[in-house]
Ligand binder design. Structure first.
Ligand SMILES: [Zn+2]
Ligand SMILES: [Zn+2]
Length: 330
């Protein structure tokens, strides 16, 4: 099988590998599509989170079961989306059902081989059935869309009644956060790149501005950008009593004005991957695939992936989601 393997920082190579054999409890999945994520670019640039090189990255994966190991119940041919999380399974957070809060959590494509390949092997317990007929080019959004649904559910719990919402950062996660919110909310997305802003406005049908002005008075602002100063920008765009939802990873510690937070009685909430939202996310994608399909706007094959990753990491790609489709999988 063909796989794109990361051998070290900025060293992604397309190689021929022997296909793995599923062991007990494991499924071998023939990849139909894998999304390229901002965190893949971060890993390519820094080697962060990888436990051993070489590794096959790719954690946003959908495909079809090609072989099933002993003791599994999933039929060969079943379409599945993969759960990207590899939690420890034994800490108090994991045992309480909050695996996304596990201090030892790792991710598919970082602590084990992922989906930038023709075949990927995963435990059956980390697969979710894709609703019949859902296009793989939409099902591939299940993982990042589950992140968006989780952030939306946390908002509902932490700030019920929030109606005026700002989203900072119009990448795929920002777009999906906006699309996963109830359609009757008043959502404005901030994106500085004019090319991406136009794509985003077309994909979401929502207002896209260059920046949320201070005094925007949102009930909640999603930080889906994670640039230095984005938390302060989100706080300034929130009304007093508003809530800042942290969705994007930051690459360095953020400074914030604690007195401003205190005086405005604002709240800041972390949102890490997702909890149990994968099945509901797949159902939401299947219920309205046309709403989500425009988020994917570039398809590359495995041989083109190293160049596409290098281009995106250098800031030369200004679209929304890129997906990788192995040759013959479309
Ligand atoms: Zn991702
Ligand atoms: Zn744990």
């Amino acid at each position: 099988m063909i796989a794109a393997r990361l051998h070290g920082v900025r060293d992604l190579r397309v190689e021929e590998l022997a296909p793995p054999d599923p062991g007990p409890g494991e499924l071998l999945v023939r990849v139909q599509a894998t999304g390229v994520c901002g965190s893949d670019l971060h890993v390519w640039r820094t080697g962060a989170f990888v436990t051993a090189f070489p590794v096959t990255p790719g954690h946003e994966v959908t495909g079809v079961v090609a072989a099933a190991g002993e003791g599994t119940a999933t039929a060969v041919g079943t379409a599945v989306a993969l759960d990207s999380r590899v939690p420890c399974g034994a800490c108090p957070e994991c045992l309480a059902g909050h695996a996304q809060r596990c201090g030892a959590i790792g991710f598919l494509g970082e602590v084990c081989d992922g989906g930038f390949a023709e075949l990927v092997m995963v435990p059956e317990s980390r697969t979710w059935a894709v609703p019949a007929g859902l296009d793989p080019a939409v099902a591939v959004l299940a993982e990042p869309a589950a992140v968006a649904m989780h952030a939306g559910r946390r908002l509902e719990r932490l700030a019920p009644g929030a109606r005026r919402i700002g989203v900072i950062g119009g990448g795929p996660i920002g777009a999906l956060c906006a699309l996963m919110l109830p359609p009757d909310l008043d959502v404005v997305i901030a994106e500085t790149d004019p090319v991406r802003a136009r794509l985003l406005a077309d994909a979401t049908g929502m207002p896209v501005v260059d920046a949320l002005p201070a005094g925007f008075r949102a009930d909640a602002v999603f930080d889906c950008a994670g640039f230095a100063g984005s938390v302060a920008t989100a706080m300034a765009a929130c009304a007093p009593g508003g809530t800042v939802m942290l969705v994007s990873l930051h690459h360095a510690p953020e400074a914030l004005d604690a007195n401003a937070l205190l005086a405005a009685e604002q709240a800041i909430a972390g949102c890490h991957v997702f909890e149990d939202e994968m099945p509901a996310t797949l159902a939401a994608l299947a219920a309205d695939p046309g709403r989500f399909a425009p988020v994917v706007n570039r398809v590359v094959g495995l041989p083109e992936l190293p160049d596409a990753v290098a281009e995106a990491a250098a800031g030369g790609y200004r679209g929304l989601k890129t997906i990788v489709v192995p040759e013959g999988a479309a």
